[in-house]
Design a protein around this ligand. Structure first.
Ligand SMILES: C=C(O[C@@H]1C=C(C(=O)O)C=C[C@H]1O)C(=O)O
Length: 247
């Protein structure tokens, strides 16, 4: 049998899933690569992989897509790794730099700016001074491990899934396991079992992950991230896609 090609996110948030895949027999049947989220999406769009843990916003660029797992990268409220960092209140920012590694959170920022904060700053992709501008009215979106320990460095910090919760009352799905073609059910069943195994062994994973004084890794992996793709999260996902389409 040809191996199923999979692209997964290279951040800490995906380590429980990797643990599960690496400790299950399914590892013999998959060809796994680790990529930044924007590249996971591009690989699935270009059909270089069959399945990706892709930013849900990128489904809008796929002619065919199937959610193949009951697990995701989500949050029931603040996630503690997806932020707008700013030196002024968000309502006063004139420029927002977007994160080149993100697809979902850049769009989440746009949805919140328009519909929740009701402001229209300039949005910049590929800023030369991304995340290092000294302009007091320039803020930036940032996701993943690069945000760890940064919440003390900026005067105004907006946790985007926390803000989404205030706006909609709903949880949020950043990324989901999505295929660009039908995948046999025997495989998806075994795949979900492997992911579940990884989630059940987060405490073992925490023992080997590097700890940092400025970030609560246990709280992040056990509580802030919520990996279950519940009905409410699916509802939030489709609502989010509707908001993106209306931008
Ligand atoms: C919670 C996170 O979720 C992520 C955010 C993504 C995005 O903005 O496109 C994509 C995948 C996830 O890794 C994070 O990266 O910190």
């Amino acid at each position: 049998m040809n191996k199923i090609k999979i692209s997964a996110v290279s951040y800490t948030n995906t380590k429980p899933f990797l643990y599960g895949l690496q400790h299950s027999a399914i590892k013999e049947n998959i060809d796994l690569s680790l990529d930044m989220p924007s590249d996971c999406a591009q690989k699935l769009i270009d059909n270089k992989v069959d399945i990706g843990l892709i930013p849900v916003a990128a489904t809008l660029n796929l002619p065919e897509w199937h959610i193949i797992s009951n697990y995701c990268i989500g949050a029931e409220g603040p996630v503690n790794s997806v932020f707008i960092f700013s030196n002024c209140p968000i309502e006063e920012a004139t420029t927002i730099q977007l994160d080149p590694e993100s697809r979902s959170s850049n769009n989440l920022a746009k949805v919140l700016l328009k519909n929740f904060w009701k402001v229209t700053p300039e949005l910049v992709t590929g800023a030369a001074d991304y995340a290092s501008s000294t302009d007091p009215k320039t803020a930036f979106v940032q996701i993943g491990d690069r945000t760890f320990g940064k919440t003390e460095q900026y005067q105004y910090v907006y946790d985007l899934s926390g803000e989404w919760k205030k706006f909609t009352g709903l949880p949020f799905v950043f990324a989901a396991w999505i295929a660009n073609k039908p995948i046999p059910e025997a495989f998806t069943k075994e795949f979900d079992q492997a992911l579940r195994h990884g989630l059940a062994h987060r405490s073992d994973l925490l023992k080997v992950l590097p700890q940092r004084a400025d970030f609560d890794m246990e709280d992040y992996l056990m509580h802030k991230l919520d990996f279950n793709l519940t009905e409410e999260k699916r509802k939030a996902l489709y609502l989010f896609l509707d908001y993106i389409k209306a931008l």
